[in-house]
Design a protein around this ligand. Sequence first.
Ligand SMILES: [Zn+2]
Ligand SMILES: [Zn+2]
Length: 165
Amino acid sequence: MHFEPMNTLHQHGMPVTAQRLAVLRAVNSNPHATADHIAAFATKDIGSISKQSVYDTLSTMVERGVLRKIQPVGSVALYENRVGDNHHHVVCRSCGAVGDVDCAVGYRPCLSASHTHGFIIDEADVSYWGTCETCAKNRKQTVKQTSSKKSNSKKTTNKKRKVTT
Ligand SMILES: [Zn+2]
Ligand SMILES: [Zn+2]
């Protein structure tokens, strides 16, 4: 899929402005980024852009379906420009890293509910939770280090981690 920010704005009936283009470029090169991160990236890109206008642009783009906003439990809102394919996300419990996971079925709602309560269900929002590669590696190293030199307890232990049994 080629990234065409101008066309994207045209298709959604949004006038092309330097700020909108900068926001789209920022989201495209930082999928699942926070609004603050996008604002920082866009500022580096075009110089002057206020945080507030980045926030406004993001919410308009979400409303118009240009961007998708996701919010894993315990995380701030994240934005991406991969829209309309009902993909899901894998989230790292330790560092919050997020990855895309294609829809298991290929169309919504993807999962059938065991009980619909009479609702017409049109979407199942699936988050897969786990430990990313980097965190898994770091964890192994920490274990090695702590077992080899028990005396040196300067190592900062990782944040509270849910222990799965
Ligand atoms: Zn991680
Ligand atoms: Zn995604």
